[in-house]
Design a protein. Structure first.
Length: 704
């Protein structure tokens, strides 16, 4: 009996052990899956010197943590220039915080042996989050022992140098073969990414169209610097290739090594559909590193439909599979709202702006308007705000700046503390380009406050999210590189663009033209526009109703010869050199070793534009394309004509003057009240004119 009890107890113990072990195995946390042991690094640079003035100063900048990376370490690498008057007898400090949580403080003094001091410290990872992270630098600086003096002393400063950074080391996560992850891993937050768009050797115009569209869509509004190449299949490295690859082409053109991967494509009817398929690349030894996407159909319209589908995030996010069939029932075109003239803080993702502490506190908001638009008269900023009711109201105010230029201020008042507002008209000359930066600055002071003491939460001010900017815009008149990629992009979509290209092009040319469309893609936010590509023999008079981009030499693209009479720098009769004009005399040798970029009205349609990229020297033309495919070079282009020589030096010209907006169009854009006032003034003028006319007519009759 005793043995039976012992046996039962033993069995129960064994079963319990097995059950606990089973539970431990079943519910253990899965290990993170990373791409090998590679640790990558990148630096988020401040990019401009930040000047701290007065006793209290702070500056925040943001860096992004992509969901596809795991941060291994985070380091602040801050370079500062310290005021020569800050010595060990003064209290001066600097503090760093991440997402509102301070993690490091240090006293600072001037060191004559170091013009620039470096503060390098590890940032705790506890408060890091996916998406935008705020790194904040706060300074407390004194150069005297006198109260209040340091707040207004122009000699009280610290400079945070523009090469300061937050350095990130990370591993990349392995991604599964689900289309819903697109554009990852073809576009990554890291700079070590390499994607190749591959087209058949005997590519069609439609293959080019899809490649350039996809290139622009991959980048979209993303400023991440990824390397994207467009190459022909023969130029694809078939072994040890760690690039991510997207293959575009008809079903019959798919290479055997790709077809072998996707053998189930054989059974698909692609005459009235397209397939998007994602898998591991056959060209790499590590199958987890590189991905291959195939987009194919036997019908070109469905191939285009598939490309446009990839731009629609709302649809892509639903595809929890490695394969998707695009049929006629799929509505891939995005619903696009018209460009808003009124943008609230909530529209920008800001529920409210908070300002805390004594003296000056600032916040900056910024946005871009489409490059085809310019700010016109009549814009306004409306701010709704509240603030502490214990301020020194003789010294406290709100000031508004646009692009660092003050446009208005308002003195704060005790009776309006919980419900105040400010409406300011935006001066028409305050915004010169499509970037608008609005700085809001509160000067908050308390009565009888000792200047060097500050309660962090007092005083305070809050601007509510229903505050808004009402900016009136109009289409820019004339075609100039300052506004490029307008007019080929209008209101964030392709504007009926036709790219004319030579019959044959190298992979280098395809990639450089792709870079141009990546730059254009930074202005594209939807898939509602139209881009076509055609060789000269396939134009079929489409050039007469499109905005044209013409690329090539006179020998490899006949359309160059057709538009030669419309060029400001024309070719000679042999098409082997350019002829000078009133702007610039061209010397021999130089005139045959330059590229010309010209932006003008299309000679085929006065309502359309034309961009000509041409040179008699093919090699120089290819090299010159970098000026339109690199943002750092593009900003150097202005006017409506550019010469690029064989050394990469540029000359810019302006042959056409700016076109002024017609008076009647300005009148149409005015608000109702303004129109009413102008209407009344016109009626009064007419009444006075009639009265004068009748008076003179009556006197004339009396004299007779």
């Amino acid at each position: 009996m005793k043995n039976n009890k012992l046996r039962k107890s033993f069995i129960i113990v064994i079963l319990a052990f097995i059950l606990l072990s089973f539970n431990k195995i079943s519910f253990a946390e899965p290990k993170e899956n990373f791409l090998g042991n590679n640790i990558y690094s990148k630096s988020e640079i401040i990019n401009s010197d930040i000047i701290f003035k007065g006793v209290f100063s702070n500056y925040s900048f943001y860096f992004n943590v992509d969901k596809w990376i795991n941060v291994e370490s985070l380091t602040s690498n801050i370079n500062i220039n310290v005021n020569q008057l800050v010595d060990s007898s003064k209290e001066s400090y600097i503090t760093f915080s991440l997402n509102g949580v301070p993690f490091y403080s240090k006293d600072i003094i001037y060191d004559e042996s170091k013009k620039t001091q470096n503060i390098k410290v590890d940032i705790p990872l506890d408060n890091i989050k996916e998406g935008a992270n705020e790194f904040k630098i706060e300074g407390y600086c004194r150069i005297s022992d006198e109260p209040c003096v340091d707040d207004v002393n122009i000699a009280n400063w610290i400079v945070i140098k523009k090469d300061s950074s937050v350095d990130i080391k990370y591993k990349e996560r392995v991604v599964d073969n689900k289309i819903m992850n697109f554009p990852y891993p073809f576009i990554k937050a890291s700079n070590n990414n390499d994607t190749k768009i591959v087209i058949p050797n005997d590519y069609s115009d439609y293959d080019l169209q899809r490649a350039f569209l996809l290139s622009s869509y991959l980048v979209g509004n993303n400023t991440i610097n990824n390397k994207i190449e467009i190459i022909k299949y023969n130029d694809l490295k078939k072994k040890d290739n760690d690039s991510n690859i997207i293959y575009l082409g008809s079903k019959d053109s798919i290479p055997s090594e790709i077809n072998n991967m996707f053998s189930d494509l054989e059974g698909l009817d692609l005459s009235s559909s397209a397939v998007i398929r994602l898998g591991n690349s056959p060209y790499t030894n590590d199958k987890d590193i590189s991905k291959l996407m195939v987009i194919t159909s036997e019908d070109e319209s469905y191939n285009l439909k598939a490309i446009n589908l990839l731009r629609n995030d709302d649809l892509i996010s639903q595809i929890d599979s490695d394969k998707f069939i695009v049929t006629k029932d799929i509505n891939e075109i995005m619903k696009v709202d018209e460009v808003k003239n009124i943008v609230s803080l909530k529209d920008m993702g800001i529920n409210e702006l908070q300002f805390k502490g004594l003296f000056r506190s600032e916040s900056t908001i910024s946005y871009f308007i489409p490059k085809n638009r310019v700010i016109s008269d009549g814009g306004k900023i409306k701010l709704n705000f509240r603030y502490s009711d214990n301020l020194d109201f003789d010294k406290s105010l709100l000031t508004v700046y646009i692009n660092n230029s003050p446009i208005g201020s308002k003195k704060l008042e005790k009776e309006n503390a919980l419900n105040d507002n400010l409406e300011i008209t935006i001066p028409s000359n305050a915004i010169a380009n499509n970037y608008v930066e609005i700085k809001l600055a509160f000067d908050l002071e308390l009565p009888n406050t000792y200047c060097e003491r500050r309660e962090e939460e007092m005083p305070w001010a809050v601007i509510s999210g229903d505050s808004y900017i009402n900016y009136a815009t109009e289409n820019s008149m004339g075609y100039f590189f300052d506004k490029y990629p307008a007019p080929f992009v209008v209101d964030n979509r392709f504007n009926d663009v036709l790219l004319s290209v030579p019959d044959t092009m190298s992979s280098e040319e395809l990639t450089l033209l792709g870079d141009i469309f990546e730059i254009i893609g930074t202005e594209i936010s939807n898939n509602t526009g139209n881009l076509e590509v055609a060789r000269y023999s396939n134009l079929n008079e489409r050039e007469k109703d499109k905005n044209l981009i013409i690329y090539g030499t006179p020998k490899n693209n006949e359309l160059i010869k057709d538009v030669n009479n419309n060029l400001w720098f024309k070719y000679d009769e042999n098409y082997d050199k350019f002829i000078g004009n009133e702007k610039l005399f061209l010397t021999e040798d130089f005139n045959s070793n330059i590229s010309i970029f010209q932006l003008d009205i299309s000679p085929y349609n006065k309502q359309r534009a034309m961009l000509v990229l041409t040179s008699p020297n093919k090699d120089i033309l290819i090299k010159s394309l970098r000026y339109l495919g690199d943002n750092n070079k593009l900003i150097n282009l202005s006017g409506d004509s550019v010469i690029v020589d064989k050394y990469g030096e540029i000359r810019t010209f302006k042959f056409k003057e700016d076109i002024k907006t017609p008076i009647y169009e300005k009148f149409i854009k005015l608000e109702s009240n303004s129109k009413l006032i102008i209407g009344l003034l016109v009626l009064i003028a007419i009444f006075i004119g009639l009265s004068v006319f009748m008076f003179y007519s009556k006197n004339k009759k009396d004299k007779l």
